[in-house]
Design a protein around this ligand. Sequence first.
Ligand code: PLP
Length: 392
Amino acid sequence: MPDARGRIYLDYHATTPVDPRVAAVVMRYMVEAFGNPNSVDHSFGDEADEAVHRASEDVGSLVGAPASYVVFTSGATESINLAIQGFARGALKGRRIRIALSPTEHSAVLETCRSLARDGHAELHFLHVDEAGRVSLEEIESICRAGIDLLCVMAANNEVGTVAPVSEIACIASKFGTAYLCDATQAVGRISIDMARDGITFLALSAHKIHGPKGVGALVTPARRLLSPLIYGGEQQRHLRAGTLNVAGIAGLGEACRLRSEELSVDEPAIAARRDRLHQLLREAVPELVLNGDPLNRLAGNLHVSFPNCPNGAVIARVRDHLAVATGAACSSGIEAPSHVLRAMGLPDSVLHGAIRIGIGKWTTDEEIELAADILSNAWRDVSSRVKRARS
Ligand code: PLP
């Protein structure tokens, strides 16, 4: 159902509403069980410490890892920075680190790597992706064989939703002794991930993409010893990330993960069915609609389409009061340049400029899908008839 202001939210890749069950846990650890987990002298501290431990177990179990692998952070951006910068400073002891990365990575990965390269600490090797945003396993194998210290390939893309073959990538990386950073921010809680089976070295995740609060996430790793901390201070998290733990946020992240473990297998097929219905309605209304990304391996909630020769900014301007969809990633929308992801996929300009990202989630209803299709196709009709008039 649209909200009290009549708006429909279809931007679940940017963020998700906090599950009221998660909010109740966060509230409890803010107001009642508010102790500092490092206060060893009383039971307020014990209670908070137990909450952190339980959250480590819930986060770990969602991604197939023991609780001891979990380092809590302020979100995926920090997790990614800790993995890349921490690895560069820790394992390689000042040597120039060789990083292979996909050009479709999130800016948290791209900009961290670029900053290391600018300062002379890293040498970057960009992989290729095809028109669906897929990396090539052959290319990954040959670049790892040539000698790469760190490989960065995200589990699922935050724009086009393309899901990477994470197990195969991890297997290649471990064959050549390459550390593998998997940014799984969009994938965790949506597809099954098993770190123990796959042998991923570093996995980044964030609570706000899975109905948890903003400002909390984790880096999950069996290889803490390879990392130098980025934040110094107290002894928290075994010296890897100093600072009093955000217990309420961490408890919320844990609860969000626990709920995803229980509900993923029921939610995701239902979300995919709504996504497919919306796609069908849009295709019927807009015959030249283009589907971007990998039609076979993509997130259930992702529908990334282009209205060719119909500027996306004009469509968004018409729908924005009623419908939340995006021209690109939340951290770059508002920037006029076309998305680096679509550029890397080599899409033609007409497709690039007409691209709209739609993210469907757990609470999207059938009614919202029908309404969203109407809102978008009316906007398209209006914009495209103006474009045609202007050209004739
Ligand atoms: N990586 C991906 C794939 C994302 O989609 C995002 C958020 O948009 C991030 C990293 C950054 O996450 P956070 O907002 O927790 O810093």
